[in-house]
Design a protein around this ligand. Structure first.
Ligand SMILES: NC(=O)c1ccc[n+]([C@@H]2O[C@H](COP(=O)([O-])OP(=O)(O)OC[C@H]3O[C@@H](n4cnc5c(N)ncnc54)[C@H](O)[C@@H]3O)[C@@H](O)[C@H]2O)c1
Ligand SMILES: [Zn+2]
Length: 338
C-alpha cells in the first residue's frame, strides 16, 4: 500500500508519498512543463529514480564535512554546465545532507527553481526532507547559511532503507522517539510505513502553522538542546539521532527537577528511547558538564538564558531562564558511560 500525506502550507501544499516502491510516483511530483532534471546525490546511494524527463546526475561528497558553500558552488556549477533553467527541476536523492544541499541549491539557482526530494535515510524521510529548511554549514556552526524553500513533493520509498547501515537506522529512531513525545501517539504499535507516514504528518502539522519557525515549530527541537551540545563535544562521535535519544531523557530529567513532570513520566521517556527505539540514554563520560553548559547556552533558542523544550502538565513548551545549577543537577542525574 502507498500513503500520501499532504503538507498543508497555505499557498503551496505538497505531497509526500510513503511506501515500498513509492519512487514510481516521482514523475507525478515533477511540476508540469519541466524539460530536464538535475539529480543531486552521493556515490554509494544506488537508488535509481526516473522523473520522466532527461536527467543529469551531480554527485556530492559524503558526510557532514561536505555540507559547505564549496559544495553549493560545485552543484550550481553543474546546473550551469547543463543549462538548467528556471522551468526545470532539481531532485535531491539521499539523506538529510543531500536534501539540505540540493534544496538550498534549488532555492538560490536563478533565485529559485523547483525541487523534489527522494529521501533515502530514515532521518530524511521523517524529518529533513519535510518542511523546507535548507542550508549548509560554516566553520562557525551548523546550518548557518540557508533558506526556507519548500519542495514540490517528497518521496519516502521504504525500499531505499534496505541498504541503510544499522547506525543510520538508529539515527532515524532518535527523531521517531521525539515524535512519540510530541503527540503521545503510540507510534510503536504501527508498522514502519504507517509510522513514517504519521511522523511526516506530525511534522507537516507543525510546519503548516509556523513555516518560518517563529513559534510552535520550535517544539520540533525537543531533546535537541543537549543533543547539539553532545554532537559538538564528542566531535560528532555521537550521530544526531543518537544524541537526540540522550537529549530526550535529559529533557525529562530536567522537567522533573523543575516539578513539571513526575518520575513515572521520566521512566516513560527512558522506556521509549532505550527499550523501544534501541538507543542509549547515557551521557558519554568524556562530555564535561561545564562544556555542555557553555554549548547549550549558545543554542539558537537561548535568547533569554538557558532555554529548553520541556514536558509539563500542558504538554511540551519552550521554557527560558533555567538556572545553570538546575541544568547541572539534571545532568548529574543521567547515567554516564565511556
Ligand atoms: N532540513 C531539516 O529540517 C533537517 C532536519 C533534520 C536534519 N537535517 C540535516 O540532515 C543531515 C543528516 O541527515 P542523515 O542522517 O540522513 O545523514 P546523511 O544524509 O549524511 O546520510 C548518512 C549516510 O547514509 C548514506 N546513505 C543515504 N542513503 C542511503 C541508503 N539508502 N543506503 C545506504 N546509504 C545511504 C549517505 O551517503 C551518508 O553516508 C544533517 O546535515 C542535518 O543537519 C535537516
Ligand atoms: Zn533532529
Amino acid at each position: 500500500m502507498m500513503r500520501t500525506v499532504t503538507v498543508p502550507i497555505a499557498d503551496r501544499p505538497y505531497d509526500v508519498v510513503v511506501g515500498a516502491g513509492a519512487r514510481t510516483g516521482l514523475s507525478a511530483l515533477v511540476p508540469n512543463g519541466v524539460r530536464r532534471a538535475a539529480i543531486v546525490t552521493q556515490p554509494g546511494i544506488s537508488f535509481d529514480v526516473d522523473p520522466g524527463v532527461p536527467t543529469e546526475v551531480i554527485e556530492i561528497g559524503v558526510g557532514e564535512r561536505f555540507k559547505t558553500l564549496a559544495t553549493l558552488e560545485q552543484v550550481t556549477g553543474g546546473f550551469a554546465r547543463m543549462g538548467l533553467t528556471r522551468g526545470d527541476v532539481v531532485i535531491g536523492v539521499g539523506g538529510g545532507m543531500v536534501t539540505d544541499v540540493a534544496g538550498f541549491a534549488a532555492a538560490t539557482w536563478h533565485r529559485g527553481v523547483a525541487v523534489v526530494h527522494v529521501a533515502t535515510t530514515l532521518l530524511a524521510m521523517v524529518d529533513a526532507a519535510i518542511g523546507g529548511k535548507t542550508g549548509v554549514n560554516l566553520a562557525a556552526g551548523k546550518n548557518l547559511v540557508g533558506s526556507f524553500w519548500q519542495p514540490s513533493g517528497v518521496i519516502c520509498d521504504l525500499d531505499a532503507l534496505a541498504t541503510l547501515p544499522e547506525r543510520e537506522q538508529r539515527s532515524g529512531n532518535g527523531e521517531m522517539a521525539k515524535y512519540h513525545f510530541l503527540t503521545g501517539d503510540d507510534l510503536v504499535a504501527m508498522g514502519l510505513e504507517a509510522r513514517i507516514a504519521r511522523c511526516v504528518e506530525i511534522k507537516a502539522g507543525f510546519v503548516a502553522v509556523d513555516e518560518r519557525d517563529g513559534g510552535r515549530r520550535a517544539l520540533l527541537n525537543y531533546g535537541h538542546t543537549l543533543a547539539h551540545a553532545l554532537e559538538i563535544s564528542t566531535g560528532h562521535r555521537l550521530s544526531h539521532g543518537e544524541a537526540v535519544g540522550v537529549g530526550l531523557v535529559f529533557a525529562a530529567r530536567l522537567a522533573e527537577r523543575l516539578g513539571r513532570i513526575d518520575e513515572a513520566r521520566v521512566e516513560e521517556h527512558r522506556r521509549v528511547v532505550v527499550d523501544v527505539y534501541g538507543l542509549d540514554d547515557a551521557v558519554p563520560a568524556d562530555a564535561q558538564p561545564d562544556d555542555l553548559l557553555t554549548l547549550m547556552a549558545r543554542d539558537k533558542k537561548a535568547l533569554n538564558g538557558l532555554t529548553f523544550v520541556l514536558d509539563g502538565p500542558e504538554g511540551l513548551e519552550v521554557v527560558s531562564g533555567i538556572s545553570p545549577g538546575t541544568v547541572v543537577e539534571a545532568l548529574s542525574a543521567m547515567d554516564r558511560n565511556s
